[in-house]
Design a protein around this ligand. Structure first.
Ligand code: ME8
Length: 531
């Protein structure tokens, strides 16, 4: 094992795990979400990001990668300190409670994370302090006096150029105060040219690509060095600087390092993707983060996957708007998979989407209850009624069956390619079109009519149609497995089917269900009781 000393923490250039995975031909895939500020209740926007990352993680696992999926909580900083004080409880007690609430939501949503990091954990604090000390020793951090304006809400120093034309401060900064104080600064400016060069030579660093152009646009203005300290008299709730304990670490410098601190001993850096919302791309993830890593002698993440916002009446859904959608209310009424399906089907990754209950109901009713639910019901009912509950073998393949199989081959190839490119909404659309085509096939074959005939050819066609619809259903839910894992499992169970371990093989049309004993019925997506 070769160890390299970087930023005061041991990193592993070659670790035994990586070697083993390499020998097994498995690609390691490390993916992270943003870590939420736990200063309020989680809303649909937080849930979306974790479900989206989960869909990517599950898809990569299905494709055979060895996935490490990290999520967690951002527990330091002004906002958390203020919320704890408002409740009159110690900050640690406050974050223990709220962090658990976020984590419980992600468990409920079947987010298959491998690790949940909290920035108040010793393992994280140690790495942050080690990194700071190393950067300080290398002269990358220096002390200077700062005079200027400070936004408490954004926990950030402002400049004259941030003012509106009438001289006032934009609403997003909240109260802005004049301050003079000594602080510690990280030499961001020094790396501006390196970052521009890096972005120009790594065109795929940010998904969607057009966001990379926005970062380059931002970098046309000169960068200032980054103030990475807050005096303890103003903010206590943070990680003390190792070289001056009268200060705590700026919350972003602390939080960004979670992606690294969580895997420092696992040999997994760099991450394949940091998944984040567009509000935290510039400057934290696209500017501070790659420069912090570079100054430490570490590579940037291989990519940033940047999603858009869930909007309500055209504005970003947020903790402070008061009317943010509570994910649990939807999950309680419609089930986890209906919720996951809606989020992924509705949002084109990278763009914004307006959330309305009406649109949720449209997708729920037309795609899940009517289309997929109908196929499940028909398959189970007719197999029970006409074949004693046992899926028959195909006996005769005619044009209709051939057409459906051809459509499947195209759908399957598209689903894989689209999912690889994060176009999950289109992949689901194609899968649903295949379900629609299967329902149309059933209409045309009309097994209920064939069932009335005693002709041998009709009986053969009846058995073929039952086998075809069951196989089509099995394939459709295999294609949705990373989005609706529990539904796929339930449908496989009522089809009397246990899938094999290689997902790609499960997508091939075959006779996997012949002889399987199906359940008589399954209620998957019941009609909502109220609107
Ligand atoms: O920014 N739609 O935490 P956070 C979609 N702690 N995504 C949304 C959203 C919405 N309406 N509202 C928020 C932070 N998000 C920092 C991150 S990472 C080192 C530190 C997303 O709780 C948001 O874009 O404000 C971000 O990616 C995540 O939720 C956490 O937001």
């Amino acid at each position: 094992m070769v160890q390299a000393e970087r930023c005061g923490v041991k990193t592993f250039d070659i670790c035994p795990r990586a070697c083993l995975l390499g020998r097994l031909g498995m690609k390691s895939f490390y993916i992270t979400t943003a870590i939420d500020y736990v200063n309020g209740a989680p809303h649909l926007g937080h849930a979306y990001e974790k479900v989206l990352t989960d869909v990517v993680a599950r898809f990569r696992r299905q494709m055979g990668d060895r996935v490490h999926f990290l999520t967690g909580a951002d527990e330091h900083g002004q906002k958390v300190q203020a919320s704890a004080r408002k409740q009159g409880i110690p900050a640690q007690e406050y974050v223990d409670k709220t962090s658990a609430e976020f984590r419980a939501l992600y468990d409920r949503l079947e987010v298959s994370y491998d690790d949940f990091i909290r920035t108040t954990e010793p393992r994280h604090k140690k790495v942050v302090r080690d990194v700071l000390q190393q950067l300080f020793d290398k002269g990358e951090i220096y002390q200077a006096e700062y005079r200027g304006f400070y936004s408490t809400r954004q926990e950030q120093f402002l400049q004259e150029k941030d003012r509106l034309p009438d001289g006032s401060w934009p609403e997003i900064f909240g109260e802005v105060t004049d301050i003079v104080e000594k602080n510690y600064f990280f030499r961001l400016k020094k790396y501006q040219d390196w970052l521009i060069e890096y972005l120009q030579s790594h065109e795929d660093f940010i998904f969607p690509r057009y966001r990379q152009k926005q970062v380059l646009e931002f970098l046309k203005e000169p960068l200032n060095d980054l103030c990475i300290s807050r005096p303890k008299e103003r903010l206590e709730w943070g990680i003390p600087l190792p070289f001056d304990e009268s200060y705590v670490t700026y919350v972003w410098f602390d939080a960004l390092l979670n992606y690294y601190s969580a895997v420092v001993d696992k040999g997994l850096w760099p991450a394949d993707y940091n998944v984040i919302g567009k509000d935290i791309l510039v400057p934290p993830h696209a500017v501070y983060w790659p420069i912090m890593l570079h100054a430490c002698g570490l590579p940037p993440p291989k990519g940033l996957l940047v999603h858009g916002w869930w909007l309500q009446s055209g504005a970003k859904m947020s903790k402070s708007t008061g009317e943010a959608v509570n994910p649990l209310a939807l999950v309680d009424q419609f089930g986890v998979d209906a919720f996951r399906y809606f989020l992924i089907r509705e949002m084109n990754v990278g763009q914004d989407s307006e959330f309305t209950v009406e649109q949720f109901l449209v997708r729920y009713n037309s795609e899940l209850a009517n289309n997929l639910g109908n196929l499940v019901n028909r398959t189970l009912n007719m197999t029970t009624r006409f074949a004693g509950g046992v899926v028959p073998a195909v006996e005769t393949k005619q044009e209709l069956e051939q057409e459906l199989a051809t459509l499947w081959a195209k759908t399957r190839d598209e689903v894989v390619v689209l999912s690889e490119g994060f176009q999950f909404h289109t992949a689901l659309e194609r899968t649903m079109s295949f379900v629609t085509a299967t329902n149309a096939y059933i209409e045309k074959r009309a097994p209920w009519k064939l069932g009335k005939s005693s002709e041998a050819a009709d009986q053969a066609l009846l058995r073929t149609s039952l086998a075809t619809m069951a196989e089509a259903l099995r394939l459709a839910v295999a294609a949705m497995q990373h989005v609706t894992p529990a539904t796929t499992e339930k449908i496989n169970a009522v089809l009397g089917y246990t899938p094999g371990s290689i997902w790609r093989d499960e997508l091939n049309w075959g006779a996997k269900l012949a002889g399987a004993k199906v359940a008589p019925s399954l209620v998957l997506f019941p009609r909502p009781a109220t609107k």
